[in-house]
Design a protein around this ligand. Structure first.
Ligand code: HEC
Length: 176
């Protein structure tokens, strides 16, 4: 599968996104990946991209994406077909009624987390919390219960993820 596990010599905090593979997911379930995280390895995400996860984030913008656009990101989060974020989260999007209460308020996310941390949480929240209910927005392998129309595809594109991250970064005000 992939060179997950320890390929010694790498900085302990450097992980690649290999936990997206089923075998890696199992070992991730043994303990919160973000905390343990001593293993380094290649994590394969959608497409042939390998993303380097450092500490608990993805520092570099996703491949192929231009700088994120916060206004577009806000629209993606508000969109009930695309992001579905408001199914679970509340956020400072007052025009959208019936927001979720299953997850933290997105308000303040830009103060609580760095861009790298936000990026990882959108790409694959299970890297941080193996038991999360939050969908992995940029992952195709190791997923179960995927609708036929989504098989082999990510929920969001790299550009959409960068846009969402850009908007989340603007949310500096603490939640009420
Ligand atoms: C099915 C429910 C669900 C959906 C849909 C969802 N999330 Fe989440 N999200 C969660 C939960 C639950 C957490 C809390 C941490 C955990 O359990 O993984 C979380 C955590 C987060 C965090 C970290 C929150 C914090 O400050 O601690 C961010 C940021 C986030 N989600 C953004 C998003 C965005 C943006 C979308 C849409 C693109 C989204 N989420 C869609 C359930 C969801």
């Amino acid at each position: 599968m992939t060179a997950r596990g320890s390929s010694g010599g790498r900085v302990a905090s450097a992980l690649a996104l290999a936990a997206l593979l089923p075998c890696a997911a199992k070992s991730a379930a043994a303990g919160p990946a973000a905390q343990a995280a001593p293993a380094s390895g290649d994590l394969r995400v959608a497409t042939a991209t390998t993303l380097l996860v450092t500490a608990d984030g993805i520092a570099s913008p996703l491949p192929g994406a231009a700088a994120g656009d916060a206004a577009r990101g806000r629209a993606i989060v508000a969109n009930r077909q695309l992001g579905l974020c408001l199914l679970c989260h509340t956020g400072p999007i007052p025009e959208e009624r019936f927001q979720g209460n299953l997850a933290p308020d997105l308000q303040g996310a830009g103060q609580r987390w760095t861009a790298a941390q936000l990026r990882l949480r959108i790409v694959d929240a299970s890297r941080v919390n193996p038991a999360t209910i939050m969908p992995a927005y940029y992952k195709t392998e190791g997923l179960t219960r995927v609708a036929a129309s989504y098989q082999g595809k990510t929920i969001l594109t790299t550009q959409q993820i960068e846009d969402v991250v850009a908007w989340l970064q603007t949310l500096k005000e603490p939640a009420p």
